[in-house]
Write a protein that binds this ligand. Structure first.
Ligand SMILES: [Zn+2]
Length: 209
């Protein structure tokens, strides 16, 4: 991992399966590190000063003309503004289409017995509740380090993640941004290599060197 500058304002390990959130102020950078590799990190973004402005997968995909995000991609809001920019990316494959796992989708995909397994949607609900938000505020999300190839027939496939241990993304806040993460607890498909693992999050005053 490259150096993180001395201007670190927060440095935390998010346990496997856990939610996390923080406000990243304009000009600060959030680094999300996939410590052990192949760990999907589901992410939502809100204007920290007006939560009704939030990440829009549709605006993001249209703005860059690609289903995938990577270095240089702006994460657009439903008001057409950039919340954060990916200024560094060691992985090169992140998903904008597959959404967050939920108890409901688990039962459809993997059988009724999975209904009571913890899922990203539950993590998101726990975390957005801290800011007075609820179900209707959970929109289509980014899945960092998640490999979802789009087949020629338009089908999505959840495949083995491509991130190496210590792989990371750096997100530069273009406005004060509330970032809500779910360290995905899924064990029924390969998005976490079938073993959810911890991640590390670092907020710095500037883009890390
Ligand atoms: Zn998940």
């Amino acid at each position: 991992m490259s150096n993180v500058s001395s201007s670190v304002v927060l440095d935390q390990v998010v346990p496997a399966r856990a939610p996390w959130s923080a406000v990243v102020k304009k000009g600060q950078t959030l680094r999300i590190i996939d410590l052990e590799s192949q760990q999907a990190v589901d992410a939502l973004f809100y204007n920290a000063n007006a939560y009704s402005e939030r990440y829009s997968a549709q605006e993001t995909v249209i703005a860059q003309g690609s289903a995938y995000i990577g270095k240089g991609t702006g994460l657009y809001s439903n008001e057409g503004r950039v919340l954060m920019t990916l200024v560094e990316d060691t992985c090169g494959r992140h998903d904008t289409l597959a959404g967050a796992c939920s108890c409901e989708s688990n039962t459809v995909r993997f059988g009724h017995e999975t209904k009571y397994m913890h899922a990203c949607r539950e993590n998101f609900l726990i975390e957005v509740g801290k800011y007075g938000m609820g179900k209707r505020d959970i929109v289509g999300n980014v899945n960092f380090f998640m490999n979802v190839p789009v087949l020629e027939n338009g089908e999505l496939v959840i495949d083995d993640g491509l991130s190496d241990p210590g792989g990371y993304v750096d997100l530069l806040a273009e406005m004060d941004t509330l970032v809500v993460l779910s360290n995905c607890p899924q064990v029924n498909n390969p998005c976490n290599g079938f073993v959810p693992t911890p991640i590390r999050v670092i907020i710095s005053e500037a883009v890390p060197a």
